[in-house]
Write a protein that binds this ligand. Structure first.
Ligand code: GLC
Length: 563
């Protein structure tokens, strides 16, 4: 028996919600969101149908990269609370049936981490090999720097020992030497620690960079390691430490094309990452939105590898805490999306993406926004929301860089959008102003309005949870004549759903031809009242309004399993 045979695959139909503590809810009036603040909102999240909370880094950090530069992997940044508050949050979340995953940054630490301080102090220290050093002058690496405006290469010279250290991100984020067994042990120890405090898994940051250190520097003969061994070790450790009713998962950030992602799942063995964000589908979805043509998205979905092991899963998202990166598109496709959704330079980031939230890109059009979220939940895989998406928050372009989308959560129309009672000048980040500001967009108002995006997303989340076809099923793209429409069918355990999304503002009638075994069935609308008949030749016609969407379940007469 393989270890995973006993695993609980809860993440295959989870609804994941990502929170940046700093900007979520400030419970003590210091202008910074905190753990007790989030704990107060667990019922709000449970109400939406969220089943897994993803916490962005909350560890001690000099915050040169929003906490992704960690100076103590076992700690809690005192601005957010302490370990007691963390355990309290996990307990309350679990009580409401919500699992908790935390960010695990294995590629780098902060330059203020004690390991790096020791590593840079001398060439002789045992910590030297925790990081990647070179003594020869590096070539031009400006193309490889992840933040081109801020760094002009991936090597920085250190005066003290007169060598260069590697950093794919900021120079204040030195890359760990993950080929070093001691580093590997330190990372698993970190996982063990947070698992013991009750977490249900990890979102693993920047995975391809992290496993790239295949040689041990300083050794006479370079010892070559198989990079994917490292991920296998992490997964095996996770499995050993989380048996029982709730097995933990690792959700990796691997921004690579599908065929390259396959190796990060561990190929057909499925013994590496349990989940990966689908960056291809994300970027192709935005190309499709820009063109009002569903074909790029349909192609991306069809090209997803089909032979994945049961334990693995794709995580779908529309927006996240970073820029909407478009780096997997061709240069022309990227320009199309940038021109459509980021006409002003200020809306763009590093020439490859957009520092905007979706509702602003869609000019606040409620029909289009609701269609996009219906699509997110209807895609094969597990949906991931970024905080504030459920109420349709916009970005604040006055906030520099990627932080434009990490503004305070808008709870009400009160001062600071109900996020904090502090003076506005003390807030962790500026609140959004204008049409997407808290006077117009806030959770309190949305709760009272049955037509709000919040209620729409709540309905989608609950429907998604009771449609195993979506998280578990097999995908088929359905033939139909309109390029504006994505028509797909999801099938699992003998149950089927047909999902239709119109990416254009035109009203359309979609003729569908179904399978012979569907004869006599009915298509029941799962989001609104009604059904569509199927004629004797297995034909049916479904009307879609502009930006319309339908979730239709195939119901055989008298099938008792289906509601
Ligand atoms: C990931 C995170 C991003 C961070 C980077 C470096 O890409 O999503 O926010 O800046 O890693 O840690």
């Amino acid at each position: 028996m393989r270890i995973t045979d006993t695993a609980d695959l809860w993440y295959k139909n989870a609804v994941i919600y990502c929170v940046d503590l700093e900007t979520y809810l400030d419970s003590d009036g210091d202008g910074i969101g905190d753990l007790p603040g989030l704990t107060q909102r667990i019922d709000y999240l449970a109400d939406i149908g969220v089943s897994c909370l993803w916490l962005m880094p909350f560890y001690p950090s000099p915050r040169r990269d929003n906490g992704y530069d960690i100076s103590d992997m076992f700690g809690v940044d005192p601005r957010y609370g302490d370990h007691g508050d963390f355990v309290e949050l996990v307990r309350v979340a679990h009580d409401r049936g919500i699992r908790v995953i935390v960010d695990l940054v294995i590629n780098h630490t902060s330059d203020q981490h004690p390991w790096f301080r020791k590593s840079r102090a001398s060439k002789e220290t045992p910590y030297r090999d925790f990081y990647v050093w070179r003594s020869d002058t590096p070539p031009d690496t400006s193309e490889e720097a992840m933040f081109p405006g801020q760094e002009d290469g991936i090597w920085t010279y250190d005066e003290k020992t007169e060598e260069w250290y590697l950093h794919h991100f900021l120079h204040t984020q030195p890359d760990l030497n993950t080929a070093n067994p001691q580093v590997r042990e330190a990372i698993t120890k970190t996982m063990g620690f947070w698992l013991q405090l009750g977490v249900d898994g990890f979102r693993v940051d920047a995975v391809p960079f992290a496993i790239n250190q295949t040689t041990l520097s300083g050794a006479d003969e370079h010892e070559f390691l198989e990079p994917h061994d490292y991920l296998r070790t992490l997964r095996a450790f996770l499995q050993r430490r989380s048996t029982g009713t709730s097995s933990a998962m690792i959700l990796g950030e691997v921004n690579l094309p599908h065929e390259e992602q396959l190796a990060f799942f561990g190929g057909e063995d499925g013994d590496e990452l349990t989940m990966q964000f689908d960056f291809t589908v994300n970027q192709k979805a935005f190309l499709s939105f820009a063109r009002e043509d569903a074909r790029p998205l349909a192609e991306a979905l069809s090209e997803r590898p089909q032979n994945l092991s049961t334990e693995t899963q794709y995580a779908n998202f529309l927006r996240n805490h970073d820029e909407l990166t478009l780096d997997l598109l061709s240069a022309e496709q990227r320009d199309e999306v940038l021109d459509t959704f980021g006409p002003e330079q200020d809306m763009r980031f590093a020439g490859r993406g957009l520092r905007r939230r979706l509702p602003a890109m869609f000019d606040g059009d409620p029909r289009r926004i609701k269609m996009a979220y219906s699509l997110l939940f209807a895609l094969p895989g597990t949906p991931v929301l970024f905080y504030g998406e459920e109420i349709g928050m916009g970005e604040n372009l006055e906030v520099p860089g990627r932080e434009a989308v990490r503004t305070p959560m808008q709870w009400s129309r009160d001062k600071n959008g109900g996020f904090s009672s502090a003076r506005p000048s003390k807030l962790a980040r500026k609140v959004v102003e204008g049409p997407f500001g808290p006077e117009h967009v806030n959770a309190a108002q949305a709760r009272r309005d049955p037509d709000s995006l919040l209620h729409h997303i709540g309905r989608l989340a609950r429907r998604y949870r009771d449609c195993p076809e979506l998280g578990w099923g097999e995908l088929r793209i359905l033939e139909q004549p309109h390029q504006e429409v994505l028509a797909h069918r999801m099938t699992s355990g003998g149950q089927s759903m047909v999902l239709l999304h119109n990416l254009s503002p035109k009203s359309l009638v979609v003729p569908l031809r179904l399978d012979e075994q569907d004869q006599g069935s009915e298509l029941i609308d799962l989001l609104q009242d009604g059904s569509c008949g199927i004629d004797a030749q297995q034909h049916t016609e479904v009307t879609l309004e502009g930006y319309g969407y339908r979730w239709l379940r195939m119901k055989r007469p008298g099938d008792p399993r289906l509601l």
